[in-house]
Design a protein around this ligand. Structure first.
Ligand code: SF4
Ligand code: SF4
Length: 228
């Protein structure tokens, strides 16, 4: 393996003969040791299971960016995320643009290598939240998470009710106020799972650290003793 200076010179010469060699050179080298940790963390994440080879062989073709709806409306490029993730670029851990992705998975379905920027973004977002930086992006969902912990997935948390009435109008309000009666009439039962099922889910959330993470985001006013 040539030394770094020698490699740069070889790459310059190769680039004059074939511009695409620069892309190849910059995409198929191993991440620098200082940054390898982040690339390895992404590659080893279980969610990347079906995409590791694609992740490691991204050829920077840009098909993901050309198909990405978010890239059309913001300063955001899945191709660039794929590249920086492979480089183990630590600035990804403080990059707000990864929150522009809304997981439509178009990039994944179009990638000729089998990479998934959608999943890469999920891993990076999780790391951002773990380190505290990303909390500002998920704090708005705390009320949903509190309700999920307490009762399981069901209706809209009360805190959003006034805003939704304003957005959806009085007809929606009348429907919501009658929803439980209507469901009874139709024999559909509650929107929420049974209390036994909710308790089982809480056990899983306690064991996996979901509750602690919620508390670190200010859920239940930071009251660690909270129980539904
Ligand atoms: S489509 Fe796939 S191979 Fe092409 S740049 Fe995007 S992630 Fe890389
Ligand atoms: S999943 Fe995210 S990155 Fe991929 S195409 Fe959709 S918005 Fe873009």
């Amino acid at each position: 393996m040539p030394e770094t200076g020698e490699r740069t010179q070889l790459a310059d010469e190769a680039a004059q003969a074939n511009p695409y060699s620069v892309i190849a050179e910059s995409n198929f080298h191993e991440p620098p040791p200082a940054h390898r940790e982040l690339a390895e963390r992404i590659a080893n994440d279980p969610r990347m299971h079906d995409h590791v080879e694609g992740f490691l062989s991204c050829m920077q073709c840009g098909i993901c960016t050309s198909a990405c709806p978010a890239a059309r409306f913001g300063d955001y490029s899945p191709r660039e995320i794929a590249r920086r993730a492979l480089d183990g670029d630590p600035t990804l851990l403080t990059d707000d643009t990864v929150w522009l992705c809304f997981y439509c998975y178009t990039c994944q379905s179009r990638c000729p290598r089998g990479n998934s920027v959608a999943v890469i973004n999920q891993v990076i977002r999780g790391l951002q939240v773990e380190e505290g930086y990303g909390i500002k992006h998920v704090a708005m969902f705390t009320a949903w998470a509190e309700q999920f912990y307490d009762k399981g997935i069901g209706g809209t948390p009360q805190i959003f009710f006034a805003d939704r009435v304003e957005a959806l109008g009085p007809k929606w309000r009348r429907f919501i106020e009658r929803r439980d009666d209507l469901r009874d009439e139709l024999g559909l039962g509650s929107m929420f799972p049974s209390s036994a099922a909710a308790a089982e889910m809480r056990t899983i959330m306690d064991e996996t650290g979901f509750r602690e993470r919620l508390l670190s985001m200010g859920a239940w006013g930071g009251d660690a003793a909270h129980r539904p």
